[in-house]
Design a protein around this ligand. Structure first.
Ligand code: PLP
Length: 436
């Protein structure tokens, strides 16, 4: 498969090049030259297939022979060692739980696939690839755990000292092995600036085979189609003749873009609901057709606090910049913090189910959609993007209840933190990297 840049200025790339480059050289995002299609027969054959078979079938179409099938199969098996449960709350309403990976958030799907593809390509070139990432928390931990122990790769994470939660810091600083955490005396913007400077240092970039693993990497997007395909097929099994509706808690809109791809590939999906918090640039675009990004504001669903989502460019590309076409497929609703807490409470009271604040935004957005669309719209699944135990404070506030951490998280909290202190001066980072 050939990938183009959304800015159309840089040369087309193979899967390997697009994966190792992340962002295209013209600053655009890589998109497939054509969206692979699944025929009705192919979909029929996958209808009761296990998750990894569906993942493999999709990955194979994007790969198009670059990686031999047996290796691609191994990569898929290594990535998705955890389950993707579809939990029924009531007739026609489901939660698709995407939080069973190592960091208990959906970003594990993308990060693990990217990590194993990068490892494969590194081995092919007999290279050691260095992944340099600035993180404010969640992305960094997914990347750290995704690349943990992957041969021919090492990860250098920069995080702002004192500005991430204790759980996040423990997740970043206790992986060890091929993952090193740099604790920067500064804020997240300093971390991003340092990483950018390192990437502009041509000699360093070359010597260390630096790559970024950032959230717009095409190899993080591809695996985000797998659970839509799987979820839609599961729902259609239960509701023959219907198509699935997905409600997606959205921040940078990578997750939703994965869904749009799955629909365009031919999987039985009827409609999307994009739930946003107070950061509602895309919600307003869907309503009004004008895109006017605003500065980011802080909310309870913090992983969705994005004022100017970078994946919006890709979403637009897939709808050929046609607002009506996009709005026909996607309904957007913004959900306030108080509605979020209310939703956590109501869902617990009605169903005994505890959801994290991000998932609650998705759930409330689905309710708003149903309030204004009375006709039957087929079975719906809210994508649950994080385990509630990652957001104990919101759960405490909404339910007045302490939830116990899963063993895996408790273990992480008990480990010894190991970080390298770093100033916000680029010379320090440069000297650290040149000694690697
Ligand atoms: C990153 C994240 C989101 C937002 O996903 P996007 O792809 O950026 O829209 C939602 N929930 C959680 C828990 C996340 O970590």
């Amino acid at each position: 498969m050939i990938f183009y840049s959304t800015n159309k200025q840089s040369t087309p790339a193979s899967l390997k090049k697009a994966t190792l480059e992340g962002l295209a050289s013209d600053g655009g995002l890589y998109v497939p030259s054509a969206i692979p299609r699944f025929s009705e027969e192919e979909i029929q054959l996958l209808s009761d297939a296990p998750f990894n078979d569906i993942a493999f079938a999709i990955a194979k179409k994007f790969n198009d022979g670059e990686i031999p099938d047996n290796h691609l199969g191994e990569i898929v098996e290594k990535c998705f060692t955890f389950t993707t449960p579809l939990v029924g709350l009531e007739t026609g309403t489901y939660i698709e739980e995407l939080f069973n990976g190592p960091t208990l958030a959906f970003k594990d799907y993308g990060a693990r696939f990217l990590a194993h593809l990068t490892g494969y390509f590194a081995e092919e070139d007999h290279k050691l690839i260095t992944i340099l990432v600035a993180t404010s928390g969640d992305t960094g931990s997914a990347v750290a755990y995704g690349f943990k122990g992957v041969p021919n790769t090492r990860v250098i994470l920069l995080y702002p000292s004192g500005k991430v939660s204790r759980l996040q810091e423990q997740q970043l600083t206790t992986v060890g092995g091929n993952v090193t955490a740099l604790e920067v005396d500064g804020d997240f913007d300093d971390c991003q600036r340092l990483v950018k400077q390192a990437f502009m240092d041509a000699e360093l970039k070359q010597n260390l085979a630096l790559t970024s693993a950032n959230s717009i990497n095409i190899s993080r997007l591809i695996p985000q189609t797998f659970y839509y395909a799987w979820g839609s097929l599961q729902l259609v099994e239960r509701y023959p003749g219907k198509k699935a509706v997905f409600s997606v808690p959205s921040g940078n809109y990578g997750n939703l873009t994965g869904g749009v791809l799955a629909k365009k590939m031919g999987f039985p999906i009827k409609h999307f609901i994009a739930g946003s918090n107070a950061n509602d640039s895309v919600t307003r675009y869907l309503e009004e057709g004008r895109y006017e990004p605003l500065p980011t504001v802080a909310t309870l669903s913090s992983a969705m606090d994005v004022g100017n989502p970078s994946n919006f460019a890709r979403l637009r590309h897939f709808y050929r910049d046609d607002h009506h076409a996009m709005a026909a497929d996607i309904s957007g609703y913004s959900v306030s913090d108080s509605e979020t807490l209310d939703t956590i409470r109501k869902v617990y009271d009605r169903f005994g189910y505890i959801m994290d604040p991000h998932t609650a935004v998705g759930f409330r957005a689905l309710e708003k959609f149903r309030e204004t669309n009375s006709e039957s719209n087929g079975p719906a699944a809210v994508l649950s993007t994080a385990h509630p135990a990652k957001f104990t404070e919101s759960i405490k506030e909404a339910l007045n209840m302490n939830i116990t951490l899963p063993d895996r998280l408790q273990e992480v909290l008990d480990k010894q933190k190991i970080s390298v202190p770093m100033s916000a001066d680029y010379r320090d980072l440069s000297s650290f990297l040149s000694k690697l």
